[in-house]
Design a protein around this ligand. Structure first.
Ligand code: FE2
Length: 317
């Protein structure tokens, strides 16, 4: 971050251990608040050390309410324009249920819509309104939609990615995750590098809370330090089919997962190797989040990745 000489003022709320989850937020000084108000995000040296040690880092107040609301409004417009009868792919991290259909594979460079697993009744009809039935939108929002593109390439995002130490970053994948009230599905414990594999293994995730994420509505749970245990499996593509290759069958100690509640506007940095999960949302409120996944242009990106592009992924320029 050569243009950020005073990096010691934090927007830092770091995750500790146990049910307390989040350590007290470091108070913002006047200069830091001024920087905050310009939409810039800063990682302290302490924060960077924690990110490297834990594999994740929660940063409060990176985006203001208006920025979060603009994304949610745009997502609602996209859903409204989507013909719910045209495609009924359901998203899940369970391979048996993951549809390796063309609609999923083609979402690499498009904006596609994936339903919650519980969205339909036995007759295949939506149980509730379309707007409350979509699990997520992906995976090229950051390139194709002007509102998402501006958000994804905001200076605050570029600064965070630089601070996290990813050289020559390119934005590969984006998702708007709704975690709908009452039917928002659980996401089983996984590593993002299972789905986006580079050589060397280096993926950076940004998880942006567009609403308050709580234990009740399905916040992230992360295994601190789990990124040092290696990659457990890979989701491999061959032509138009996909399958999972188990590299290490040993289970994670999920009793060590810690909740990461996140206020609206928080960004959680995730090492691609850190295991994380979220519970189903049985509450009455949604838990919308926007995620970005970046890789380095310096690293190899094998054609065995499910996400294949016909045009190169771009950075922040
Ligand atoms: Fe993930």
């Amino acid at each position: 971050m050569p243009d950020q000489p005073t990096l010691i003022f934090g927007l830092v709320a770091l995750v500790g251990s146990g049910l307390a989850g989040v350590r007290p937020q470091v108070a913002l000084g006047r200069r830091a608040r001024a920087r905050h108000n310009r939409g810039m995000a800063v990682v302290t040296p302490e924060g960077l050390a924690r990110f490297r040690a834990d594999g994740f880092l929660a940063l409060e107040g990176v985006f203001d309410d208006a920025a979060c609301d603009a994304l949610r409004t745009r997502a609602a417009e996209l859903v409204e324009a989507f013909d719910a009868d045209s495609h009924r792919s359901i998203f899940t991290t369970d391979e048996q249920a993951r549809r390796t259909d063309d609609y999923f594979l083609d979402s690499a460079e498009r904006i596609h819509f994936f339903f919650e697993a519980e969205a339909f009744d036995e007759q295949g009809r939506l149980r509730q309104a379309k707007a409350q039935s979509i699990n997520k939108i992906g995976h090229a929002l950051h390139d194709l939609d002007p509102v998402f593109a501006a958000f994804s390439r905001a200076p605050a995002v570029a600064a965070l990615v630089a601070a996290a130490g990813l050289p020559e970053p390119v934005l590969l994948q984006s998702m708007l995750i709704f975690k709908q009230p009452r039917i928002g599905g659980a996401v089983t414990c996984h590593q993002d590098s299972t789905f986006l594999h580079t050589v060397p293994e280096r993926v950076l995730g940004l998880w942006v809370a567009l609403e308050d994420a709580t234990i009740d509505n399905g916040c992230l749970w992360v295994l601190p330090g789990g990124h040092r245990e290696g990659l457990r499996s890979r989701f491999v593509r061959r032509a138009r089919a996909t399958h999972t290759v188990v590299l290490d069958p040993s289970p994670w100690d999920e009793s060590k997962l810690v909740p990461v509640p996140a206020k609206k506007g928080t960004v959680i940095l995730l090492d691609g190797l850190v295991p994380h999960a979220s519970h189903a949302n049985r509450s009455a409120v949604s838990r919308q989040a926007y995620t970005l996944h970046l890789i380095s242009a310096r690293d190899a990106y094998p054609d065995s990745n499910w996400l294949q592009r016909t045009t190169p992924a771009r950075g922040f320029a």
